[in-house]
Ligand binder design. Structure first.
Ligand code: ZN
Length: 199
């Protein structure tokens, strides 16, 4: 957001600080409204746009680098599949896109609650997967997709690259019909979070 000339020295505000009332301002980004009052959603700088009569808050940029922790739900892209494990690049934790990617491994025994013989029966390279971190060894994270909410949330046909569509618990290629077995998350096809890998 551009610096507004009417606010030469931005005010630092905390979460829940009162910024104004709806009679004065439109609640902008980084704010929320309750009973006609506008509050800050972030620790950040209060901005007032006099032309639009809008108050907003620019969150302070966090200096610390966020890294995956055991127990985190992460979003990753499958890079390589082997018989016993899939290697992934973790690029998002909850709603935070990461500055770097981290290497995750999903062992075939952690893919699904039902038995899977082969990683290829559940994942293919370029699939976007929601997984949970179960342990960390040096720079490598061990992941699981054993629960219904975990698994593939976006996949393209291994044959022609068309985005796969869900029919029941199966994925089908609407273009070529090539078989595309996947271990999908229960919300495949209804995922609303942004999954774009910005790298
Ligand atoms: Zn296809």
């Amino acid at each position: 957001m551009s610096q507004n000339s009417s606010t030469p020295k931005p005010d630092l505000v905390a979460i829940g600080d009162l910024l104004g009332v709806v009679e004065e301002f439109i609640p902008g980004s980084g704010t929320y409204e309750s009973n006609g009052k506008i509050y800050s959603s972030y620790v950040g700088y209060k901005r007032i746009n006099r032309q639009r009569l809008e108050v907003s808050v620019d969150p302070i940029k966090k200096k610390e680098i966020i890294t995956p922790q055991v127990g985190d739900t992460v979003i990753c892209e499958v890079v390589i599949t082997r018989k016993q494990s899939a290697m992934c690049h973790i690029f998002k934790i909850k709603s935070h896109f990461l500055f770097d990617t981290y290497t995750g491994m999903i062992h075939v025994s952690n893919m699904s609650q039902s038995y899977m013989n082969n990683v290829d029966d559940g994942f293919k390279p370029t699939d976007i997967v929601r997984a949970k971190v179960i342990s960390k060894n040096f720079t490598e994270y061990e992941l699981t997709t054993k629960y219904p909410e975990l698994g593939v949330i976006y996949a393209e046909c291994a044959n022609c690259g068309t985005v796969l569509q869900r029919e029941g618990n199966q994925l089908n290629c609407p273009l070529c019909g090539y078989p595309n077995p996947r271990k999908i998350a229960k919300d495949y096809g209804h995922v609303i979070e942004r999954i774009d890998n910005l790298h």
